[in-house]
Design a protein around this ligand. Sequence first.
Ligand code: MEV
Length: 439
Amino acid sequence: MKQPVEGFSKLTKDQKIDWLSKAYFANPGKAVTIFKKYWNDDEKLQKLHDEFIENTITNYYLPLGIAPNFLINEKLYTIPMAIEESSVVAAAGKAAKFWSKRGGFRAEVIATEKIGQVHFIYKGRPDTLRDYFEHIKPKLLSDTASLSENMEKRGGGINKIELRDKTDELKDYYQLHCTFETLDAMGANFINSCLEQFAKTFKDGALEYTAFSEEEKQIQVVMSILSNYVPDCRVRAEVSCKIVELNEDHMPPQEFADKFVRAVEIARIEPYRAVTHNKGVMNGIDAVVLATGNDFRAVEAGIHAYASKDGRYTSLTRASIEGDTFRLEIEIPLALGTVGGLTSLHPLVKLSLEMLGNPSAPELMQIVAVAGLAQNFAAIRSLVTTGIQKGHMKMHLLNILNQLHATEEEKEHFVHYFKDKTATHRSVTEAFYKLREKA
Ligand code: MEV
């Protein structure tokens, strides 16, 4: 049985790789070579990446692709996408081109409010707590003045602090429910620093509040943390066109529009389908969120919570036909930053943002929502016409050929060969070995 390793974080990078390779790999030498192959020759750049996290041993590459021709609110963008799934970038590019000829995407930010909470336990009279809250509120704000000064100068800061009684759901449980405007920053550090100060001021102040009994003075702060559920930091995007303009799919436009709307309706009422439908949306969203150095886990958690806000998990997009017009829209919460964090550290993130014209956070919200909508359009379009495998397998073909260590000539041969055939893993492998046997 393996023994726990002591003092691991103090080892050098080489020592960590050495330990790991000997402990876990049949061929330690080969493992070391592969780990090191991914190191960057530029030592400064490598150090930057090493220091993003603890115990870095190497870099994990994801392709950074681009999807040009995104017309959003009359402005043309080339969107950076970091993603490993073949066909996502191609689908985005196709959807972008399709809609650029039909008026493009329209997007608007509905609200930009972020949320954080101090969760605490108070055993006592609710009215006295409410009085205390009103009494301490000015001090909550004055004690965080130095933290919020810069944000306020730029027009943001702490919007509101509310006391919420949650004792119906959990004994003695209350919250300071706080809202913030963090402008172009995602705001996690700002929000969490403010919350921790609120918690301290609130707890310390209670000890001196004379209207409290001795027990009431003992407020227990459980935790202070921002919420990744941001329903009031929300963006909307849509595309629409005349049904007759849906004329590129070897299917009569009206039939295409009807089938498309039906497919989205299914995702609205059927959670099994909704999850997959939204996964397609997230293909676009995560890829841009990642390329622009934002926190895709936060975005995922918040968006899926929003998809279940009415008590059942449902589609993030809606499709409709009104008269002769087809419309597809999305509305999602998104907490993004274009300053601070990785955005000012990672050279590729900086280039991704520059590629987008160094957008403000609200502009980036619109771009990301559009990337999600485009991806959904592309997925449903394939699903209701040719089926998803045709496009998928075309991109997957190269992955299979790479797995088989095909040469460049062989790849060229098979791309041509599978143009009019279905490229499954089996059919590609069989055709590949047949060709090699002949050679
Ligand atoms: C695959 O990554 C995404 C899709 O499954 C999305 C969908 O079914 O709508 C194609």
